[in-house]
Design a protein around this ligand. Structure first.
Ligand code: NAD
Length: 283
């Protein structure tokens, strides 16, 4: 693989573009407007600069990595892609709509991958004429740092597609772990109920946010507490994943905590909006 197109230049999309370009791939980053793309390129440059400051790469490497990333607002940019990695909003309708367009525009051999946290790969594949080439490539946040890629096989994903994606993950310095397509896959099926339970504990007044996080950090050796992690992931993303689990399994044990719903309604989305379980507005 040589040409990678990443659709969606938010938290995950800019991280995926960064990691792919750092692995020597030619990357095109696509979003709906230039302002979002410029913000993503600034985030990538700032993240690379941290690597330069720590002596992990040279200033010339940084320039070379940034130079391998082009930006576009037109989906026509995918015409020569070997793989498209979708990282747009976590909504089935938006993703299905996009996958139908990608299928029409991409060359026949192109793999269509989704970075979805929980949505069915099989459903996205079903709107295309190439379900064997549709796969989940679930990177972890922050992408340049985290080594796991959960690779999700839809019901029709071919072995060849899996192997090509596994090699790409390896080229990007990541470790692929193969899972099958059920709501939340493995990562979020296990993680989100824990985060939701931590929010219920806060909601019911069992302890403060700092105390809940402290128990999980010090007692369970987690690098960050579940509420800090939820703020980092984005509370809207957490809520969307819990809804997929609740709908997909039809099991009330995945019911999102009313406090999470209320915070998302208020626009308190965690770090990215400046306020979540903690207040980031003062830096
Ligand atoms: P985000 O809100 O930060 O970014 C989404 C971007 O997609 C925005 O810039 C938006 O303008 C763009 N977009 C929306 N519709 C588009 C379209 N039709 N064409 C082009 N661009 C479009 O979201 P995020 O946190 O980066 O999440 C993206 C995906 O990655 C979601 O599916 C999410 O579940 C998944 N994910 C998120 C995390 C996390 O920690 N945030 C971790 C793993 C996977």
């Amino acid at each position: 693989m040589k040409n990678v197109v990443v659709i969606g230049a938010g938290t995950m999309g800019n991280g995926i573009a960064h990691a792919a370009a750092a692995a020597g791939l030619d990357v095109t980053l696509v979003d709906v407007n230039d302002e979002l793309l410029q913000r993503a390129m600034s985030a990538i440059a700032a993240n690379l600069q941290r690597g330069v400051d720590k002596g992990k790469m040279t200033a010339a490497d940084k320039v070379a990595v940034v130079g391998r990333i082009k930006t576009a607002i037109d989906l026509g940019a995918i015409a020569f892609a070997d793989i498209v990695i979708e990282a747009i909003v976590e909504k089935l309708e938006a993703k299905s709509d996009l996958f139908a367009k990608l299928d029409a525009l991409a060359q026949p051999e192109c793999i269509l991958a989704s970075n979805t946290s929980s949505i069915s790969i099989t459903k996205m594949a079903a709107v295309t004429k190439r379900p064997d080439k549709v796969i989940g490539m679930h990177f972890m946040n922050p992408v340049p740092v985290m080594t796991l890629v959960e690779v999700i096989r839809g019901i029709a994903t071919s072995d060849d597609t899996y192997q090509r994606v596994e090699s790409l993950a390896k080229q990007m310095g990541k470790t692929a772990i193969e899972v099958n397509d059920y709501p939340g896959f493995v990562s979020n099926r296990v993680l989100m109920p824990m985060i939701n339970e931590a929010i219920f504990a806060l909601y019911e007044g069992v302890a403060t946010a700092a105390a809940i996080d402290g128990v999980m950090k010090l007692g369970m050796n987690h690098p960050m507490g579940p509420l800090t992690l939820a703020d980092f992931i984005g509370l809207d993303v957490c809520l969307a994943i819990l809804r997929v689990l609740e709908d997909g399994f039809g099991d009330p044990k995945y019911r999102p905590c009313p406090l999470l719903v209320k915070m998302v309604d208020a626009g308190w989305l965690g770090r990215k909006s400046g306020r979540g379980f903690y207040d980031y507005r003062t830096g």
